[in-house]
Design a protein around this ligand. Structure first.
Ligand SMILES: [Zn+2]
Length: 715
């Protein structure tokens, strides 16, 4: 006993109860508050659970679980009785509507009110029938459902004995009992704990007869068991692990013993377990002297109570403060989705792609021109890669034929004339991933060769300005519209602003995915070096002049006049507008996004030279994401796919220096001229001459653009 703190004759001190709240409890409280309670803040009966201490170093807690709360249908959750690890304890919850009312709750009177219930249960005898009411507890809380933060404070009301109980003896039960008694007490306790009718009865007494045979009995049998030569000990499930202190439940137990049975000397067993069995070594037996406090015989009298949980925080050690827990990360379904999505990407970084830069992706602003088959699919792929800022531009409505191929739409979007695609797509993206920052823009893209009546000129100029601003404010532009000419203005604006631009286009059974090169006036010094190297580069027989621009990668329109390097392997794609095979769009969209991720992770970004599958360049082919092609063309007819490189053309109607500088000089006037005069661009770039002399190639500005099916795309 030399090492014990509590010496004979000292005041008996109890280890306070500790609380633990399972996240499921807060989940359910939130749901209850949102779906049923509303602003009703009347107290809610709840159930706490505890069990005897089962670890030599850790106390057991009073735990709240989801089933601690009543169900939303109004019934108190039926807690199965007889669970040895869950002794049910009645409690009450005051959940306030505001943080202010939480802080101004009258904690003193709330505690007193619960203490009064315990007091009355002791006097009425209810506490003897159902001893769990002795450990009745109180919880006050404020649930901030916007921030998923919960402020709360537990109280375990204990009636104050005055004068306090003094300790005569306290030692491990193994030292107190004879070995026969210890064995019999262990066996009796194990039997009590293993019987479904008594496993969760936390207060009892032990009757040891002169033959050292122990029996555990219910409190109600106390009066009939006052035989001679029997040792009688009061026992309780002790949640505390400390070797020198009984746990909190003993306080009200002593109050019961003292006021019901007038005992002045009490022997008690603090019952503790190890691995599910009675542990006589860690259980304690003590003897305390108690005196009936003044006034306790008067039922109207209510003793003082203590019991607000002492909350220990990093800053508030030892200070009486409420607890606060933020479950934002685990509770908000939006954040839940976000962290799950991040998890997938972060796992890629573990081994496969340690250099994957998720910050670039999550901060990237992508502008998708077109929200049809390609636009829907590209948006989904972008989200899968962790892109969170997506703007979709489209002026069409969802038609009945769309949902099967355009993965963001459902039949509902087609009703009543059809929802605007830009609107429906954004809503759908948010449904898939609520924290995506998706914006829909309803707008038609001005197109060359489509003359505008003078009264519509202002609207068209407005659209040009809007498109310019949109491209300027985004990092990446995807050209995913269903007509060739609608890609011209964005291609020009992107070349002017040096934006990363990716085109995906579909034929019937073939596709093209390409990234545009930097603009003709890009400031990248490397291009000039390349221009020198270009002199020694064999570009085949195509001599279109303007070697200084050769090494810049081409745009979608450069293809019109500059054949890809690997021209022999490239079969002519059908220029007819036709329905595509359904598998094409998902493949092309996925490649477009993979291509973007490649550009973003390439040290030279938009200036990275194009690599073909057979490229001898071993530099970036050792990049973790593989080679960075300029163009990918694929075909279902042979199930083939090839990478190609095509450089920019001086005669390009969208990205050549001539066109871009003309745009810079004359701005909207130039655009209007291009729109209103079908041959203006060709005249400007010398393409007309070129075509007359060298090609019989015809720029097909007049393709039917009124086709209903969005899957129709020319390449
Ligand atoms: Zn071009």
């Amino acid at each position: 006993m030399a090492d014990t703190e509590q010496r004979e004759g000292s005041i008996l001190q109890f280890a306070p109860f500790q609380s633990a709240v399972d996240e499921g409890f807060w989940h359910k409280l939130s749901s209850l508050k949102l779906n049923k309670l509303g602003i009703d803040d009347s107290p809610i009966p709840i159930t706490g659970f505890y069990a005897p201490c089962s670890h030599s170093k850790v106390s057991n807690h009073l735990t709240l679980l989801a089933e601690s709360l009543p169900s939303e249908s109004g019934e108190q959750s039926s807690t199965a009785h007889g669970n040895r690890n869950r002794c049910a304890i009645p409690g009450i919850l005051y959940n306030t509507n505001t943080i202010e009312s939480f802080h101004t709750l009258d904690r003193t009177s709330l505690l007193k009110e619960e203490a009064k219930k315990i007091w009355e249960d002791i006097h009425s005898g209810k506490a003897i029938e159902d001893s769990s009411v002795l450990s009745r507890f109180l919880l006050i809380s404020f649930a901030d459902l916007k921030k998923w933060t919960f402020h709360y404070w537990f109280a375990f009301p204990a009636l104050v004995l005055d004068p306090p109980a003094t300790l005569v003896d306290l030692r491990p039960a193994s030292q107190w009992f004879s070995s026969e008694e210890a064995e019999s007490v262990s066996a009796a306790c194990n039997a009590w704990r293993n019987s479904s009718s008594t496993a969760d009865v936390p207060f009892f007494f032990i009757d040891i007869d002169p033959n050292s045979h122990a029996t555990i009995r219910h409190l109600k049998d106390w009066v009939t068991c006052q035989g001679d030569n029997h040792k009688l000990l009061f026992g309780f499930y002790d949640p505390c692990h400390l070797p020198n202190n009984p746990g909190w439940p003993l306080r009200n137990f002593l109050a019961l013993i003292c006021s019901r049975w007038d005992l002045t000397s009490v022997q008690f067993l603090c019952y503790r377990e190890n691995r599910g069995f009675a542990d006589i070594g860690s259980s304690l037996v003590g003897e305390a002297v108690i005196a009936v406090p003044q006034g306790w015989k008067d039922r109207q009298f209510i003793p003082n109570a203590v019991g607000w949980e002492l909350n220990r925080g990093k800053l508030n050690r030892g200070k009486m403060v409420p607890r606060c827990i933020s479950l934002a990360k685990s509770m908000d379904p939006n954040r839940l989705a976000e962290s799950a999505a991040d998890l997938n990407l972060k796992l890629m970084r573990w081994r496969a792609l340690p250099s994957l830069n998720l910050d670039i992706l999550s901060g990237l602003k992508c502008l998708l021109l077109g929200a049809g088959t390609l636009g829907c699919q590209v948006a989904r792929m972008l989200m899968a890669w962790g892109v969170r800022k997506i703007t979709l531009l489209d002026n069409g409505r969802v038609s009945m034929s769309n949902p099967l191929r355009q993965s963001l739409y459902t039949l509902d979007d087609c009703l009543n004339g059809g929802e605007l695609k830009a609107t429906a797509a954004v809503r759908s993206l948010k449904r898939i991933f609520p924290t995506v920052e998706a914006v829909g823009i309803v707008m038609a893209i001005p197109m060359p060769g489509h003359p505008v009546p003078s009264q519509e000129e202002l609207g068209v100029l407005d659209a040009c300005k809007t498109l310019h601003d949109l491209i300027d404010s985004h990092d990446v532009v995807f050209l995913l519209t269903d007509t060739r000419e609608s890609r011209w203005l964005p291609s020009l604006l992107c070349a002017n602003l040096d934006k990363i631009t990716i085109t995906a286009a579909l034929g019937f059974d073939s596709f093209l995915v390409m990234r545009h090169g930097a603009g003709p006036f890009s400031s990248n010094e490397d291009l000039k070096d390349e221009a020198v190297n270009a002199l020694s580069t064999d570009l085949g027989n195509l001599d279109l002049g303007g070697r200084d621009e050769r090494q810049r990668l081409g745009c979608y329109f450069c293809n019109d006049v500059v054949a890809p390097v690997d021209s022999t392997a490239n079969r002519t794609l059908d220029q007819q507008c036709t329905v595509t095979r359904p598998g094409l769009a998902p493949i092309a969209s996925a490649l477009a996004v993979e291509l973007l991720v490649g550009i973003l992770h390439h040290p030279r970004g938009i200036f990275a030279e194009g690599e073909a599958t057979s490229s001898s360049n071993s530099g970036s082919s050792e990049m973790p994401l593989g080679i960075l092609p300029h163009q990918i063309r694929g075909s279902f007819s042979q199930f083939s796919q090839m990478t190609l490189v095509g450089h920019s053309s001086n005669s390009c109607t969208a990205c050549s220096g001539t066109v871009v500088s003309e745009y810079r000089k004359r701005g909207m006037e130039f655009i209007l001229q291009a729109i209103n005069h079908p041959t203006y661009l060709e005249d400007l770039t010398g393409l007309t001459e070129l075509m007359k002399s060298a090609f019989s190639f015809k720029l097909d500005w007049d393709a039917d653009t009124d086709v209903d099916d969005d899957d129709c795309v020319e390449i």
